[in-house]
Ligand binder design. Sequence first.
Ligand SMILES: N[C@@H](CCC(=O)N[C@@H](CS)C(=O)NCC(=O)O)C(=O)O
Length: 242
Amino acid sequence: MIELYNAPVSTCSQKVRMALWEKDIAWQDRVIVFQRNDHLSDWYLAINPNGVVPALVHDGNTIIDSSVINEYLDDVFPQTPLRPETAVEIAHMRAWRQFIDEVPTVAIRYPSFNAAFVHIWSNMSDEEHRQYVDRRPLRKHFYRRMGRDGFSKEEVDAALEMLRLTVERMQASLAQSEWLANDMFTLADISIMPTIVRMDDLGLAHLWADLPKVGDWYDRIQKRPAFAKTYGAGSRDIHPSC
Ligand SMILES: N[C@@H](CCC(=O)N[C@@H](CS)C(=O)NCC(=O)O)C(=O)O
């Protein structure tokens, strides 16, 4: 039995939901409500001490971190593999995944958090805001750096530069292979998908307007049956903790 603790709007949760649906694995949806701080409650911190989603529980074993979860799913469930066959191809796919985890996944939080948080924080006292931030085990410093007024234009511009670099690299890769890391659809495509969707939802699709291979990749991934299942109700409403 598979249980996925996740939130509809969470980009990291979307990565795992996409892998589950692509592989046609039966799973129980355990919805975490950010507004209720479910992810910071004692019972959830016992599952994932980082206080973030997603977390997967499979036959009593807990697996955390979306990229680790997706590799685990491909290890345990052989149907519809999401990794290529040779060691070299797998390494290339993992290099993409590593870049995605370190660069665009981090960068997208700057415009995303500004859009999601600044307006709700205006109603909080300084003390309420401090408590809101300080209880986050992993993210408190990031939230502190953001401050109450959001990230500065300079910080957002730096993030946009990294997002542009990402789509330029996608364009170059997609000129060589049908999907991002290979001619087959892999975990690399799944890893970047939520960032591209979020860019679209934040009005940043112009960053790939001159990169036709990226637009074509985005069209194709949206047509996959797993995409519609991954992006169910509420998953594209940008709000806190995404
Ligand atoms: N490395 C983790 C990061 C997970 C993460 O950052 N999750 C976000 C949602 S996408 C979260 O739960 N944020 C809670 C918060 O900001 O308080 C993974 O890939 O699973």
